[in-house]
Design a protein around this ligand. Structure first.
Ligand code: HEM
Length: 114
């Protein structure tokens, strides 16, 4: 509901320029997406996009995939947040963290999100 970043995360158009949404952006121009705008897109997150309803992620696999593609909490692409997995781990219990780390290291066991 409250995007982590309320500003456009700027990138620069490449030397050859780039076409986005049917418009040509010349080289060097700053372009970016603002999570505070994208996260309220009703076409993606539903008519109640402005309501706190985390259950929306559990309704359908198809909708989840579309929302996952548009979520910008940690940015996206090559400059995505390198701390996002650490941050996500800090949201689960210590025991869950160790289970996940052990399953990752040994390739044994499994981890289900709480
Ligand atoms: C809830 C916690 C956090 C949030 C919401 C967050 C969010 C973000 C966002 C939105 C970006 C910009 C990505 C982009 O431009 O596409 C970013 C970049 C970055 N974050 Fe985080 N971050 C978090 C925690 C962390 C932590 C714990 C670390 C380090 C351990 C970290 C390190 C970085 C770095 C180094 C970048 C720059 C990456 C680059 O430009 O290549 N972040 N983060």
């Amino acid at each position: 509901m409250h995007p982590s970043v309320g500003l456009s995360m700027a990138r620069h158009a490449p030397d050859e320029g780039i076409e986005l949404g049917g418009k040509f952006i010349p080289r060097g121009y700053r372009i970016g997406m603002n999570p505070a705008v994208v996260h309220y897109d009703k076409n993606v997150f539903g008519r109640d996009a402005d309501e706190y309803r985390p259950e929306r992620w559990l309704v359908s696999e198809e909708e989840r995939k579309v929302m996952d593609k548009h979520i910008l909490t940690f940015g996206a692409g090559t400059r995505t947040c390198i701390g996002k997995n650490v941050s996500r781990l800090s949201q689960v219990s210590e025991t869950d963290c160790w289970r996940l780390i052990c399953a990752d290291i040994t390739g044994r066991g499994s981890y289900a999100r709480p």
